[in-house]
Design a protein around this ligand. Sequence first.
Ligand code: SF4
Length: 226
Amino acid sequence: MIQSGSWLDTDGLSRALLGWWKVSGRNYPWRARRTPYRVFISEALLHRTRAAQVQPVYEKFITQYPSFRILADSDQEELVSMLRPLGLFWRSRMLVNAARQIVDQYDGQLPEEKNELQLLPGIGSYISSAIRCFAFGFPEVLLDTNTVRVLGRIFSEKITDSSRRSHRFRSLGARLMDREQPANFGYAMIDLAALVCVPRNPKCQVCPIANYCRYGLSHRSELRRR
Ligand code: SF4
């Protein structure tokens, strides 16, 4: 049971989260310079792959294939060889097919609309939201296994296999979203899930939003005793 705290102060939560992220968030090259092309490539490479593995490959990739046009004309063998350390061999073919379609249909520029993005090879719900949020600045809620875990704990909601696709979790995420800085907010949620609100034994003692989280508040006395 919640004894005290600021649960449901969504502005306070957002401020605390962003304040923490500005100091403790992770730096990756795809976050520093965000064009639609770079965001698309980084999200495609990060799919089911750890960021530490992706970083060296991403830098080589962007140098060798700096645009959809160049990627569309790339040599498939070379591309497969560059992406080999990441596994998932279908990814090379998908990237070239997407690049060709973007060149043919959109003159080499990614569209902003979700329904158009999702018709492109390799772009599902999460990647289309990530592109809209990080590249175009739309306040998109990013729902994956990790952010759903954080939302489930903040709002004390049961998580199921379908939570990532549920309207309920999307609306919970939207309640917290900082609409002035959606990209930073998205990165902050991702980093909190990776560094603090980890799957087992979340680090509530050092969590910047413990005062705004039902799980953190309800475990407060127990954590003090440890
Ligand atoms: S207080 Fe604990 S459960 Fe809540 S977001 Fe922070 S780490 Fe996760």
